[in-house]
Design a protein around this ligand. Structure first.
Ligand SMILES: Nc1nc2c(c(=O)[nH]1)N[C@H]1C(S)=C(S)[C@@H](COP(=O)(O)OP(=O)(O)OC[C@H]3O[C@@H](n4cnc5c(=O)[nH]c(N)nc54)[C@H](O)[C@@H]3O)O[C@H]1N2
Ligand SMILES: Nc1nc2c(c(=O)[nH]1)N[C@H]1C(S)=C(S)[C@@H](COP(=O)(O)OP(=O)(O)OC[C@H]3O[C@@H](n4cnc5c(=O)[nH]c(N)nc54)[C@H](O)[C@@H]3O)O[C@H]1N2
Ligand SMILES: [Mo]
Length: 775
């Protein structure tokens, strides 16, 4: 039974409750308890059982909350609290009924919070907003495809359209989407990865020839040392804590590098074991390094320098000489460069003590097998690419790539963001891929690079891009410089969003707008030849099938594969040799093409049906082969630079609370950081508060400080005294996006610098304790 148009209260940000200190442990019994509650409440026992018990099981569906891999030995409850929230949010039987659109003008929806929008329930029918009107109205699928195809065909050049993808999209839908877009005539395929791990792809591509993790799941339990940098697994990859606990039990030590003492990094109570339920849990991090925001590059250089110094003191005993000679280039240049490292600059950049850095170097030297993992705290920086290159340098020095228990491991975000890239979702796919795509479908794919996410906003703003199509995601909600992004989107002629639920990008639109509702991953995807499954790739390159298990929330929903195929048919007719009508009936036909086009996916239909799927080939991991111009792994020289902070300012990072998935807000608590009933907070250390003459509980306007003098400000945020690194601050994403200038991007990858915004806090004296508009 579905329920329509529920009444949802906006949060009252004036009622924020702060406990004042971070939790020191994560998960445990409250984890399981918290996971089940929303599911039972929103879906009832039946739907809860059919979803949560199928989550990450071999014949069930892949969790959409993150790209963490499944262990070979799965448990009955192979999910975490936040996975359960993601499933509940999607599989909820609450739907948006037809009456909703007449009741709520777009101008009103625009003022609503992301929380309110998401809580309205699942989208169930295509809707269209004509130019000049303030309401969406239901239309038939045929009308919707005709409108979209007319506008796309009417553009002077295919490059006037852009086709965004968010990382939940399946391999099958992603493959068809990029085929459609390239057959239409453009490489304008920006994706969420541009805002996420793009820096990892760049740095790793240039140094080791592949932009993916060089480890597999089992390597964690074989490692001697695991260094976790710029990542908050307790909230964002909770099942990683189990792998870390197993690694510890097998003897590994763990170092966490983070400006915040994040709960999961400190201690973990495993909800799957008796010890976890009744005991103190496992102390995870053996060393916590409270680095200043943006200080990682300096830290890594300092550790590499200590490694080289140790080798100089006892030649032949420290470096992996055989590996370096056979497989690497650039050692002498790196040595020369690091010899001149300014240790005072390192201490300034990192905010750490010499002994702490020495301790990490010592741990690194004592370990034979080292894994370094990282996420947004590393990638979303101006020097993100260079910092990741320093991770690679450090690993290469002692041969920590391409041997068991060791490697470089970017921990991906969206559950299939890695697979989407493998399938060709990238504005710069290499010629070999384009050649084989063109050959398979008898056409000549465009060769010129397309636009990425930031460039999409620029070109929409400047009028070059006239049509925006989004396969999932919440583009204007997720990208930097919110107001600039809104204005850019509103400058287009048509925006089309293929979505499961309502979000900001449905309320800030082109002159005309379409919403095309789609099936989620939890749902049974029944087509003419029977129920279909899709496939996904996790952060360690394992590819496997995902089968929906609950009935679709509404009868008229189309799958992503069906929507893309039908849109392609309407736009392209039969201009490429592709059986668009056949694809949606039988996804095996799509996979057959994937077999021929995507390297590593040969014989896809067979391999995907193997127990547990298969693992993509990976040169560095499998055979220490490096697909670089020289065929060797590159040690690189990167000029040290750290984030400058003018007097009176702080460096602010934007991060996720425990109650959100990216722009989706499940609730207003951040349990592990002791925040309840609100999100408009800014975390600052007690010492900095004192220095700035401010105090916990006061309200401030947070001003971005940039040379372009555009006013970027978050109003009326509550100060929270919190043990973050000195000189640093933190606020939640997506709210903090307003502070990040569009042109503030990582060098090379163009990833918005979401983790280092220079801000000035201005006390709001006359804060009136009443609800702010729409939270
Ligand atoms: N429940 C849940 N799961 C998710 C998501 C979600 O929103 N909710 N999002 C998914 C996605 S798309 C992604 S990309 C991942 C994101 O996973 P994370 O990268 O863990 O996400 P963030 O909340 O951005 O956390 C960044 C972490 O880096 C630290 N940090 C910030 N700046 C620096 C720095 O300069 N140096 C260092 N060393 N650390 C720093 C922060 O304190 C924080 O712990 O999670 C995925 N999984
Ligand atoms: N300031 C700041 N900005 C950031 C970040 C940050 O840390 N700080 N992080 C960045 C990162 S890492 C990322 S990945 C991006 C995220 O950017 P996006 O991926 O664009 O954003 P999401 O919030 O994940 O998208 C959520 C929407 O996806 C739709 N959706 C959910 N499931 C499905 C599905 O199965 N199919 C389809 N078609 N639609 C679905 C729903 O409508 C939902 O509202 O944001 C980036 N922006
Ligand atoms: Mo991400």
């Amino acid at each position: 039974m579905t329920r329509k148009n529920p009444k949802v209260e906006e949060a009252d940000e004036s009622g924020i409750e702060v406990s004042g200190h971070p939790k020191t442990w994560a998960a445990g019994v409250p984890g399981v308890y918290h996971s089940m509650q929303p599911a039972l409440k929103h879906m009832g026992v039946g739907r809860t059982g059919k979803t949560l018990l199928a989550l990450n099981q071999k014949d069930g569906f892949d969790c959409m909350s993150c790209a963490w891999p499944d262990p070979g030995h799965r448990k009955t409850f192979e999910f975490c609290e936040n996975g359960a929230k993601a499933v509940t949010w999607e599989a909820t039987p609450v739907v948006i009924g037809s009456g909703f659109w007449a009741e709520h003008p777009v101008s009103e929806l625009r003022e609503r919070s992301e929380y309110w929008l998401g809580m309205q329930g699942r989208l169930t029918e295509p809707v269209y907003k004509p130019a000049g009107e303030d309401h969406y109205r239901p239309v038939s699928w045929e009308q919707a495809f005709t409108i979209a195809a007319d506008r796309l065909k009417g553009l002077a050049s295919p490059d006037q359209a852009t086709f965004y993808t968010s990382g939940r999209t399946s391999n099958e839908a992603a493959f068809l989407y990029q085929l459609f877009v390239r057959a239409y005539g453009t490489n304008n395929l920006p994706d969420c990865s541009n805002m996420c791990h793009e820096s990892s792809g760049w740095a790793m591509g240039q140094t080791i020839g592949i932009g993916k993790a060089t480890i597999s799941y089992d390597d964690f339990a074989k490692a001697d040392l695991i260094i976790i940098m710029g990542q908050n697994p307790g909230t964002n990859h909770p099942r990683m804590l189990t792998a870390l606990e197993e690694a510890k039990e097998a003897g590994a030590s763990i170092v966490a590098v983070n400006p915040l003492p994040e709960a999961g990094l400190m201690r973990y109570k495993n909800p799957q074991t008796v010890k976890g339920i009744i005991g103190r849990g496992t102390n995870l991090a053996d060393q916590f390094m409270q680095v200043r925001i943006g200080g990682d590059m300096a830290l890594l250089q300092a550790v590499s320098k200590r490694v080289l110094d140790a080798e100089a003191a006892a030649p032949g005993t420290v470096l992996d000489r055989a590996f370096l000679e056979e497989h690497c280039e650039g050692l002498e240049d790196l040595k020369a460069h690091l010899a001149g490292l300014d240790e005072a600059a390192v201490l300034e950049a990192t905010g750490l003590r010499v002994e702490e850095i020495d301790e990490l170097a010592d741990r690194y030297l004592r370990a034979d097998k080292v894994i370094i993992t990282w996420a947004m705290g590393i990638t979303q920086h101006k020097k993100g690419v260079a910092t990741i290159k320093e991770i690679i340098n450090l690993l290469l020095l002692r041969g920590n790539i391409g041997k068991p228990g060791a490697g470089a491991s970017p921990i991906r975000g969206h559950s299939n963001v890695q697979g989407d890239r493998t399938m060709g979702i990238w504005e710069q796919m290499p010629p070999a891929f384009l050649d084989s795509l063109g050959k398979e479908f008898s056409f000549d794919p465009p060769r010129e690079h397309g636009v990425d996410a930031v460039e999409t906003v620029r070109q929409m703003r400047d009028g070059g891009i006239r049509v925006f199509v989004g396969l999932g995601g919440n583009f204007v909600g997720a990208i930097s410089d919110t107001h600039a992004a809104f204005a850019a989107m509103e400058n287009t002629e048509l925006s089309v969003q293929i979505s499961t639920k309502l979000n900001r990008s449905h309320t800030v639109t082109g002159a005309e707008a379409l919403i095309l509702p789609t099936l989620g991953r939890t749902e049974i995807d029944l087509q003419e030849t029977g129920p279909q499954f899709v496939s996904v790739e996790d952060t360690v390159c394992a590819v496997h099938a995902s089968h929906g298990t609950v009935d679709p929330v509404a009868p008229g929903l189309l799958s992503e594969v069906a929507i893309v195929s039908r849109l392609a048919r309407h736009v392209l007719a039969d201009s490429v040799h592709a059986d668009w009508a056949g694809f949606e009936k039988d996804y095996d036909l799509v996979r057959e093409h994937i077999s021929h086009v995507v390297a590593g996916c040969e014989d896809y239909n067979r391999k995907i049906r193997q127990d547990g799927g298969f693992v993509m080939p990976n040169g560095p991991r499998d055979s220490r082969t490096f697909n670089t111009p020289t065929g060797k792994a590159m040690l690189t020289v990167n000029e040290l630079e750290h984030v400058e902070r003018p007097a009176g300012t702080l460096i602010l990072q934007s991060m996720r609370s425990h109650d959100q998935f990216n722009t989706t807000i499940y609730g207003h608590n951040d349990r592990y950081r002791g925040i309840r009933k609100g999100r408009d907070v800014v975390f600052v250390s007690p010492e900095d508060l004192a220095e700035l003459g401010l105090a916990d509980g006061q309200h401030v306007d947070v001003h971005g400080v940039y040379a372009d003098n555009v006013e970027r400000v978050l109003r009326n945020f509550r100060l929270v005294s919190y043990p973050t690194a000195r000189g640093c601050a933190a606020a939640y994403y997506p709210e903090a996006n307003v502070l990040v200038p569009l042109d503030s991007v990582a060098e090379g990858s163009q990833t918005p610098v979401s983790k280092a915004v220079i801000v000035r806090l201005e006390r709001v004296m006359a804060f009136v304790e009443e609800p702010t508009a729409a939270g």
